[in-house]
Design a protein around this ligand. Structure first.
Ligand code: GUN
Length: 296
């Protein structure tokens, strides 16, 4: 293996430590950042994520509330809960776990969240702020990716970045963040012609397609930095394995640096959620935001 590993697990641990330190600094002023997470229905994977978010929020010294609503909840009742949380001064961050049950209009629900408390960065207001280079709440997974990239590469100016995947949650905000770092950005997707050739032009290759090992080793430019956002559960050799969107074995022979799955981007998402909650709390209280990047 030629590539060096980008250890997201250890970076996330450090980030959570920096958040916890800043939270104890706020406690001296009587301020406690608070995150409310709303889960509608009983999707088992979502329930696990929500539980982990609660545990890590409390570990960082923040207040955590979990609102669990039955799958058949009327949308009006969910909107009423969001309205209550919007007006609760103890709540600095609100996260509505996706996906929502089919009878709900997810866009209407997400956009009911006060943009200042939208720690997912999914409201139209925050999407618009990010797209115009203004101070936004930034979606957690792309924020985690950009932190790992800057930690590894320093200045990203002028690098060719290819983002494979165009979701609102990862691909599009990732492209905006790379553009803000002065990268030359290409967004590739399922209809892209000659995806292999597009990927081979990338100094930074971000894979966020949700298809196991789709990005092959010979699509990676020698020395490139590869960020694998995929978390896919597959059956292989009679056991269940987690693999990314990148063929890690082969890509790692060519890349300069690469995130593993698990232990790469995954742990960064909740760490960045905590960072966003702290940021929202500081802004709500008119306080300077701590630098959480770990930069010296
Ligand atoms: N479901 C899967 N990922 C996410 C996320 O980042 N935020 C929310 N709200 N729901 C999710």
């Amino acid at each position: 293996m030629a590539a060096s590993l980008i250890d997201g697990k250890s970076f996330a641990l450090g980030l959570r430590g920096r958040v916890a330190d800043a939270v104890s600094g706020l406690a001296a002023r009587g301020i406690v950042p608070g995150l409310a997470v709303v889960l509608v229905g009983e999707d088992p994977a979502s329930a696990v994520y929500v539980r982990n978010k609660g545990v890590q929020t409390r570990e960082a010294g923040m207040a955590s509330w979990e609102h669990r609503l039955p799958a058949e909840t009327a949308q009006a009742d969910l909107l009423a809960l969001i309205e209550t949380l919007n007006h609760d001064p103890a709540v600095h961050g609100i996260l509505v776990q996706l996906p929502l049950p089919g009878h709900m209009d997810a866009e209407a629900v997400i956009n009911a969240i006060d943009p200042a408390k939208d720690v997912d960065g999914f409201t139209i207001g925050n999407v618009g702020l990010l797209g115009t280079g203004q101070r936004a709440m930034v979606p957690c997974t792309p924020l985690g990716c950009i932190m790992l990239l800057k930690d590894r590469l320093g200045d990203l100016s002028g690098l060719n970045a290819v983002v494979v995947g165009r979701s609102n949650i990862v691909g599009k905000p990732m492209a905006q963040l790379l553009l803000a770092e002065n990268c030359t950005v290409t967004i590739a997707h399922s209809r892209t012609r000659d995806l292999a050739a597009v990927c081979r032009g990338a100094d930074i290759l971000v894979a966020a397609v949700g298809r196991p090992r789709m990005i092959r080793g010979d699509w990676v430019k020698p020395g490139a930095t590869v960020i694998d956002v995929g978390i896919n559960r597959i059956e292989e050799d009679g056991r269940t394995r987690l693999v990314g969107d990148v063929d890690f074995e082969n890509a790692a022979r060519v890349a300069g640096a690469i995130t593993p799955v698990p232990g790469g981007v995954g742990p960064m998402t909740i760490a960045c959620l905590l960072a966003n909650t702290l940021t929202a709390c500081c802004r709500a209280n008119g306080l300077a935001e701590p630098d959480l990047t770990g930069a010296a």
